[in-house]
Ligand binder design. Structure first.
Ligand code: SF4
Ligand code: SF4
Length: 463
């Protein structure tokens, strides 16, 4: 008999007033017993609606059935056949709008905790597995991947498992892309990212770091080196600003820079060579997951007050509900229906405040969301000594500008011809934020997976 409890087993977490002062992971993970109990809530539905909600097609009922009968290694093998990054997905995937949204247990109660179970299985495997990885037999074909973020690593894993000799070229000194430089330690510990990257190296994927493609090597040169296809998963690392007065003052950061300095350069440590300002009052502009990450990081760095300033209402915040709730619990102050018009500076060129205007919501715009409209005469100031802009990013033009025949749209995103990720240049595929602009980790992974299958078809048909 399945466990018919209408509620998911809750995720144990660090207490808010403890965790807002440290960078340790907030969610602590299910215990073995709780994972088995949660798995027993799954009805093993014949039509498998949850699988349709997963961009990397994890065979969800099969892995959960293994957990329910305490075959954790079997569960890992099911996960591993569809994803190379299960511990990452189980932590940062927006399950509530993906697999769990389709779960039939969600009709009369809460869905099965699919993401929490995925995380449990990946963590169990990491801590208990003693088997050596099996290196797939090589098929004699070479593929290059640009970018070691979620889409690039997924494409690399799938192609390596098919026998391709895969080399991943990464611009930074570590692999992981946004998983390493963007998402903070308290949501996604870097040890976990490193281990999942190591799993790929162990099956033969070669990762070359400090390789800024378009400068060190071009796509044409990669073809000349014997690669038969190329996947571009170079992400969207170019921060956007609002173009309001005061954005060049000391103490104004892009969220990208702020989070990279914290995550990769440990700039918060007292002996850091690239120290980051420890602000007393921080204002973060934006309402997505990156804004929540920046605000919660600023709080952990010792800000007494941290504000989120967002031009639409609480209902319209694009961040995951869980991240918004965690931010509220940790003391972040939400100033929704507010928009900055100027960042204010003191006589030394340092930030001393931000002037905002109140907004109201009008008719829906082309995105379907209600358009924010300024309320005349409602301007006011928030005193602060740091402002972090988290209003989105665009792809870096380095690769498109050095590759003849690789077309981009007016937002600088690579144009693809279909779901396979084929670009306007033969043999060059692309996916993730380089194509869509900033989106989620799991959508980037789904794009990497589709492109790997298309590259395999392309090379097989050509040979
Ligand atoms: Fe669900 Fe994401 Fe895991 Fe797929 S990868 S099963 S969508 S949590
Ligand atoms: Fe299990 Fe829910 Fe998927 Fe049904 S829809 S198989 S209950 S996870």
């Amino acid at each position: 008999m399945p466990n018919m409890d209408p509620k998911k087993n809750p995720m144990p977490v660090q207490e808010p007033d403890v965790r807002n002062k440290n960078f340790n992971e907030v969610a602590l993970g299910y215990t073995y017993e709780v994972a088995v109990n949660e798995a027993q809530r799954c009805l093993n539905c014949k039509n498998r609606p949850c699988v349709e909600g997963c961009p990397v097609s994890i065979q969800i009922p099969d892995f959960i059935a293994c957990v329910a009968k305490e075959d954790m290694e079997g569960a890992f093998e099911v996960l591993n056949s569809s994803t190379s990054l299960p511990a990452v997905c189980g932590r940062v995937c927006p399950q509530e709008t993906q697999c769990e949204q389709r779960c039939v247990r969600g009709i009369k109660g809460e869905p099965v905790g699919i993401g929490r179970l995925e995380r449990f299985v990946a963590d169990w495997h990491r801590e208990n597995n003693t088997k050596k990885p099996v290196v797939p037999k090589q098929n004699g074909h070479k593929v290059a991947i640009i970018g070691a973020g979620p889409s690039g690593l997924t494409a690399a894993g799938d192609l390596a498992k098919l026998g391709y000799k895969v080399t991943v070229y990464e611009a930074l000194h570590v692999a992981g892309g946004v998983l390493s430089y963007g998402i903070p330690e308290f949501r996604l510990p870097k040890d976990i990212v490193n281990k999942e990257v190591q799993n790929l190296i162990d099956i033969g994927v070669d990762i070359e770091t400090n390789m800024v493609m378009g400068k060190v090597l071009t796509i044409d040169e990669l073809f000349e080196m014997g690669n038969e296809a190329i996947f571009v998963g170079s992400g969207a690392g170019l921060p956007r600003f609002m173009n309001i007065p005061g954005e060049s003052l000391n103490g104004v950061y892009s969220a990208n820079e702020f989070l990279t300095r914290i995550n990769l350069m440990k700039a918060y440590l007292p002996n850091s060579k690239t120290p980051i300002q420890h602000a007393k009052k921080t204002v973060v502009v934006g309402g997505g997951n990156v804004a929540m990450d920046a605000a919660r990081s600023a709080m952990r760095l010792g800000s007494d007050e941290v504000y989120i300033v967002y031009r639409r209402g609480m209902e319209e915040l694009p961040a995951r509900n869980e991240e918004i709730e965690h931010a509220e619990e940790e003391g972040i102050i939400f100033k929704t229906l507010h928009n900055p018009v100027e960042i204010l500076g003191d006589e030394n060129g340092n930030v001393c405040g931000i002037r905002c205007i109140k907004m109201e919501l009008g008719e829906p715009d082309e995105s379907g969301r209600r358009r924010p409209i300024e309320i005349p005469g409602s301007e006011f100031e928030i005193e602060c000594d740091s402002v972090i802009m988290a209003i989105g990013t665009s792809p870096n033009p380095l690769i498109s500008s050095t590759t003849p025949g690789l077309d981009t749209n007016k937002r600088g995103c690579l144009i693809t011809q279909d779901d396979s990720g084929l670009t306007t240049r033969e043999g060059v595929y692309a996916g993730g934020d380089a194509v869509t602009g900033a989106a989620t980790v799991i959508l980037a992974m789904g794009a990497g997976k589709s492109a790997a299958a298309a590259i395999d078809e392309y090379i097989k048909n050509k040979s």
